[in-house]
Design a protein around this ligand. Structure first.
Ligand SMILES: [Zn+2]
Ligand SMILES: [Zn+2]
Length: 283
């Protein structure tokens, strides 16, 4: 099965999300309009063109395509790229990339490894930044928020004629102000404590949350590996203010059809916004 493709309405415009996810097998999420990938978990064709990659943690289902990304960029003489990783795994990721480049017999990959941590903000471009937050997983793991720094006319100037605003601007007055809009938050692998502790994350326009387990008998399994179970998610749904909820990271214990049946029966009736998912059956 190929990747899933979503175009989600946001105040920025239609944001394309291309991705696929299964617990333990691979999670990859591409945001082609921003040249950005979250979690290079699989070697997929759409990954190498992404100039900035964020790896949420060191589990192989989230970094399995990292070498492919770096190698393909090198082989195709693509410009240097940036890899954002939790500071806790920075050294290991650097040595992994060094080892892979040596095995290939070429020069070191032109990948700048940038350590990030809870609270770090990284400027992706003039009007878009990434913010990072710790999740509730059993190894150091970060989620990421995409923030749009929009400029708007200062409210105090609303109602003035265009010519007057232009006159003030030419006179050196600041006529606009910046508004930060959280377009998307990706919660990576996480147990349910994240949504309890950081409710503001669920106010992003798009919220990507893992829901690995669904059956009543798998509750203990979810807790043991710091993953989210459907029953953990249900109480949060009615008060989530995101426009779009995107679920991912379903365990292989459930067929895709079963996952979709759970979403239709349990999640859709409780969530006031639009519900999507990125679960796939990898080959
Ligand atoms: Zn995972
Ligand atoms: Zn994990």
């Amino acid at each position: 099965m190929g990747l899933r493709r979503l175009v989600l309405t946001t105040s920025w415009g239609g944001l394309q999300l291309v991705g696929g996810s299964r617990a333990g097998e691979g999670t990859v999420l591409l945001l082609p309009q921003l040249d950005l990938a979250f979690d290079p978990g699989r070697a997929v064709r759409g990954l190498p063109p992404m100039r900035t990659v964020f790896a949420s943690h060191g589990h192989l289902d989230h970094i399995g395509g990292l070498g492919y990304w770096a190698s393909q960029r090198y082989l195709n003489s693509m410009p240097p790229a940036a890899l954002l990783v939790p500071a806790a795994v920075e050294d290991d990721v650097r040595s992994l990339l060094g080892t892979l480049a040596r095995l290939e017999g070429g020069r070191p990959y032109e990948i700048e490894v940038i350590p990030v941590d809870d609270g770090t903000r990284h400027r992706l471009r003039r009007d878009i930044s990434l913010g990072f937050f710790s999740t509730d997983h059993w190894v150091p793991t970060l989620g990421a928020t995409v923030t749009w720094h929009r400029r708007r006319l200062r409210p105090a100037l609303a109602g003035l004629a265009e010519t007057e605003i232009a006159r003030r601007r030419l006179a050196g007055e600041e006529v606009t102000e910046e508004v930060a809009v959280d377009l998307l938050s990706y919660c990576a692998d996480s147990g349910p404590r994240l949504l309890d502790d950081r409710p503001e994350i669920a106010a992003s326009e798009i919220l990507l949350v893992e829901c690995s387990f669904f059956a009543a008998g798998d509750r203990e399994r979810a807790a043991r590996y710091s993953h989210t179970h459907l029953e953990d998610l249900l109480p949060h749904l009615p008060r989530m203010s995101c426009r779009h909820l995107v679920l991912l990271h379903a365990s292989r214990r459930y067929r895709l059809r079963e996952v979709e049946a759970y979403l239709d029966a349990e999640v859709r009736p409780r969530f006031p916004g639009e519900l999507h998912h990125l679960n796939v059956d990898w080959e």
